[in-house]
Structure formats: C-alpha cells, structure tokens
Design a protein around this ligand. Structure first.
Ligand code: SAH
Ligand code: MG
Length: 217
C-alpha cells in the first residue's frame, strides 16, 4: 500500500526517550506548570503534551496576543502555558464544564501567580461563549473540549477573532477516527477543519492527535 506519510517526511522516529529528552531540553516545567501538569488521581490526564503546551506559550508570545479564549480547562495546564506568555493587562478566559475541574484549575492558576490574568468560567462552552463575545475581538482561541461541538466552537472562534487572529484545535485527528464516515463526532470535527480551512490560512500539524492552526483571513 502506498504510504503517503513517508512522502511527507512522516517516518516515526519518535521514541519515549527522545520525547523525554526534547521536553527536558526545550520545554521544562517551573513549579506552577509542574503542579498543573500533575493532574489529581480522580481527574483524567488528558492535558496537552509538554511540547504542545510549550508551543502554545510560544505562539502567544509570537502573536503578541492580549485576549485569549480557551474551551476546556481541565486542571489549567494549557491555560497556565498561555497566560504566562501574556503581557501585563492581557487576559485569558477559559471555559470548563466540570465545577470540580474548574476548582482545581483556579487553585493551580493562583499557585502559578496568574489569578489576575485568568478567569475560569464554569459552564458548557456553547452557553458561556456567547457571553464572552462582549470582551472580543480576541487574538487567539484554543479549542480543547467536547469534540462533538468543535464545529460550533470553530464558527464562534472565527467570528470573534480579529483578522489575523489565531484559532487552534486540539485532538484534530479525533483519536484516529477523523475520517470515519458514520461517526457524528468525526463529522463535527471534519466540519471544524473545513470551516477553518475556508476562513483562515491553516494547517493541521501532526502532533500525537493533530493540532489545527488557522490565521483568520
Ligand atoms: N486544555 C486542557 C485539557 C482540557 S481536557 C489542557 O491541555 O490542560 C477537556 C476538558 O473539557 C475537561 O476538563 C472536560 O471536563 C471539559 N469539557 C467537556 N465538555 C465540555 C463542555 N461542553 N464545555 C466546556 N468544557 C467541557
Ligand atoms: Mg486535547
């Protein structure tokens, strides 16, 4: 069978030891990040990887973003990566459905010294996003919550980002099911991809589960 990944330079040379090495060399954690990365035992460890978190941090710096929205907070790891790159006066609103996760995240954000720059909004993304619109337009939106609503989140993001603003979507391969025909989650994820592609200059980067990256036209 033709292997398009080899033509894309996609041979998989990564090993656990290499991942550990590059994370240590480039993406080390300070105390605040380490605490948020170590999710409690009763919380799923589904935060972005260390290098992806570091990439989020660098993208915030690179874009000079001052207003950020995140959908899906968990323990606040990605929120801390992004908020720690904000300039003074910048702000990140992060939406979390679970009040338990939101409480853990608030404590981690405060521990990282970022309480004044981060608001953890408790509720479903679809309910909270419309009330955040008044704070926009935004510079960056990071989507990392329930996958069946990615198409709605993506539409909100593009509509509420400034021209040149950045939309990011994690788990863009949908756990390997992105091109499954009958799966409604996969259909929503494909609608997200296609809306971003139609409205942005975009790419889907081959992180472990894919990361959509778009710049609004
Ligand atoms: N961005 C985080 C990981 C988020 S995991 C990080 O990388 O550190 C996904 C989170 O989305 C979970 O905490 C889950 O409770 C939350 N979630 C699930 N459905 C949601 C919804 N409808 N609205 C907002 N958050 C939701
Ligand atoms: Mg994710």
């Amino acid at each position: 069978m033709a292997d398009s990944s080899s033509r894309e330079g996609g041979a998989r040379y990564t090993t656990a030891a290499i991942t550990d090495y590059v994370n240590r060399v480039h993406a080390g954690h300070d105390g605040g990040l380490a605490r948020a990365f170590a999710t409690p035992a009763d919380m799923p460890a589904i935060q972005v990887g260390q290098s992806e978190g570091r990439l989020l941090h660098l993208l915030v710096r690179l874009t000079g973003a001052t207003k950020i929205v995140e959908v899906g907070t968990l323990a606040g790891y990605s929120a801390i990566q992004m908020a720690s790159a904000l300039p003074p006066g910048g702000h990140l609103w992060t939406i979390e459905y679970s009040p338990v996760h939101a409480e853990v995240a608030r404590a981690n954000v405060a521990n990282a010294g970022l309480a004044d720059r981060v608001t953890v909004e408790v509720g479903a993304g679809l309910d909270v996003l419309p009330r955040l619109a008044a704070h926009g337009p935004f510079d960056l939106v990071f989507i990392d919550a329930d996958k069946q609503n990615y198409d709605s989140y993506g539409k909100w993001a593009v509509a509420n980002l400034r021209k040149g603003g950045v939309v990011l979507g994690d788990n863009a391969y949908f756990f390997g099911k992105l091109v499954d025909e009958g799966d409604t989650g996969a259909r929503a994820m494909r609608a997200f991809h296609e809306h971003v592609a139609a409205t942005c200059d975009s790419v889907c980067m081959p992180t472990p589960d894919g990361l959509v990256f778009g710049i609004v036209k």
